[in-house]
Design a protein around this ligand. Structure first.
Ligand SMILES: *[C@@H]1O[C@H](CO)[C@@H](O)[C@H](O)[C@H]1NC(C)=O
Ligand SMILES: *[C@@H]1O[C@H](CO)[C@@H](O)[C@H](O)[C@H]1NC(C)=O
Ligand SMILES: *[C@@H]1O[C@H](CO)[C@@H](O)[C@H](O)[C@H]1NC(C)=O
Ligand SMILES: *[C@@H]1O[C@H](CO)[C@@H](O)[C@H](O)[C@H]1NC(C)=O
Length: 408
């Protein structure tokens, strides 16, 4: 009991004083459809419960822990509750009208102001890209990766709803259905209303390592702004020359095959799951100063591979390798495919969390150097895109404020 209380006080004081309150205050309630105060309270509540659960696992005997639970349930009064739990769906499960409205709402974000979130652009579409590239090594390739992106995709879905009226299912792209021919997936339909389009045919030299202007589908001729204005660019041929024999599957498909996902889901700890999922630990770490070679292909992982099979906006930093924008530009959210892709990354984590004892597990390392321990009380930086949440608040999608789930 003494251990529990000491731990509780030290973790909670992190959340209620100093850093957490300050970061929330800095972000200044600027987005009207986010309940900043509620998110702070829910974050404290989530932290309280995370500590409680950890202690419960360590204690034997029921009377102490039950008393603690009652006390915590009493305290959590005042934290908003979900009005309903929304179910996310695979892209193919959306009705025609839902696909149409979802795509319309993504484009609509280019017409909405950004509440001064981004210092360099002025619409909400670009603000997401800007936030994603700010100090990006803090939340890629380490334990913050999954919680940070979960919250990011959720805020994007909220923006789609509150700014642009989309309240249909939030889609994910389950690429295990397409791993033998990913770019042949129906999500890349050239339909001008409901297709994300292919990689197009018109070679580009505006930025990065070339590629093709997306000239078909609903995002044909889309202009995006970061790091400088350019046409949305893709190149689905990226791995054809690097892996001519298809050792890693067509377009790295073996990295996100049903077998690869099953193997990832078998990871015994959050940290090992993160390493396999994100991709940094599938083999030797990539040298960020060197161009990608065949030897680097096995770094793929479920998350990295779908970024890497395309050489263009949604690739991320490798596309900008050797240009003046490397390594700061991590502009993957320029491509609308970012959202269904990261929806699926989040879904695979959700699946892992459904295993016994995994819902609240969070551990591993943070930072580019992966030296310091990552904790449920860590505060995720969102650079004015809403209040900065504590990790503990992101661990259960069915809890307020996220209020969503997956069917499997
Ligand atoms: C969390 O615990 C702290 C410390 O006991 C308490 O002051 C606070 O009200 C609790 N917060 C919530 C939302 O339960
Ligand atoms: C990025 O991180 C550095 C080092 O922690 C910090 O000084 C800087 O303020 C951060 N950038 C922004 C935009 O907050
Ligand atoms: C697309 O990628 C392939 C394979 O890396 C490369 O040979 C080709 O030049 C790229 N096309 C453009 C237009 O950049
Ligand atoms: C990464 O791989 C090494 C070597 O296989 C292993 O010792 C380490 O635990 C792994 N780390 C993660 C996060 O999975």
């Amino acid at each position: 009991m003494v251990g529990f209380n000491a731990l509780l006080v030290s973790l909670v004081s992190l959340a209620v004083t100093g850093t957490y309150a300050d970061t929330v205050a800095r972000s200044n309630n600027r987005i009207p459809w986010l309940d900043y105060e509620g998110i702070v309270r829910a974050g404290q509540d989530a932290l309280n419960y995370t500590v409680y659960r950890r202690e419960l696992a360590e204690l034997s005997g029921a009377s102490g822990p039950l008393a603690i639970r009652d006390e915590l349930e009493h305290r959590s009064n005042g934290v908003p509750r979900c009005k309903k739990i929304r179910k996310r769906k695979e892209w193919r499960q959306l009705a025609y009208g839902e696909k149409r409205d979802y795509i319309k709402a993504i484009k609509c974000l280019q017409t909405k102001g950004d509440y001064n979130i981004s210092p360099v652009t002025d619409n909400l579409y670009d603000a997401f890209t800007q936030v994603h590239q700010t100090n990006w090594t803090d939340f890629h390739g380490n334990s913050w990766f999954l919680p940070w992106h979960r919250w990011f995709v959720w805020i994007h879905a909220e923006a789609m709803e509150h700014e642009c009226g989309y309240d249909g299912p939030v889609p994910y792209w389950d690429y295990t259905l397409d791993y033998r021919n990913p770019s042949g997936s129906p999500i890349f339909s050239t339909d001008p209303v409901i297709g994300f389009g292919t990689h197009g045919n018109i070679p580009q030299t505006e930025i990065g390592l070339g590629g093709y202007k997306v000239d078909n589908g609903a995002f044909a001729n889309l202009r995006v702004s970061l790091p400088i204005p350019h046409y949305l660019t893709r190149n689905f041929s990226a791995w054809k020359t690097a892996d001519p024999e298809g050792k890693y599957g067509y377009q790295l498909g073996e990295s996100y095959s049903p077998a690869a996902v099953a193997q990832t889901l078998a990871a015994p700890t959050f940290w090992e799951f993160e390493g396999a999922m994100d991709g940094f630990n599938v083999s030797i770490p990539i040298d960020p100063t060197a161009p990608i070679t065949l030897a680097d292909i096995p770094i793929a992982g479920v998350h990295n591979a779908p970024h890497a099979f395309n050489m263009g906006d949604w690739n991320g930093p490798t596309w900008l390798f050797g240009t003046q924008w490397f390594p700061a530009g991590v502009v993957a959210p320029n491509d609308p495919m970012f959202w269904p892709h990261h929806g699926n990354v989040d879904r695979v984590w959700w699946k892992w969390q459904q295993k016994p004892g995994k819902q609240w597990e969070f551990n591993g390392k943070k930072g580019l150097d992966r030296i310091n321990d990552a904790l449920p009380s860590d505060i995720l930086p969102f650079y004015n895109l809403g209040p900065d949440p504590v990790v503990a608040l992101t661990l259960k999608t069915e809890n307020w404020p996220m209020c969503y789930t997956y069917s499997g």
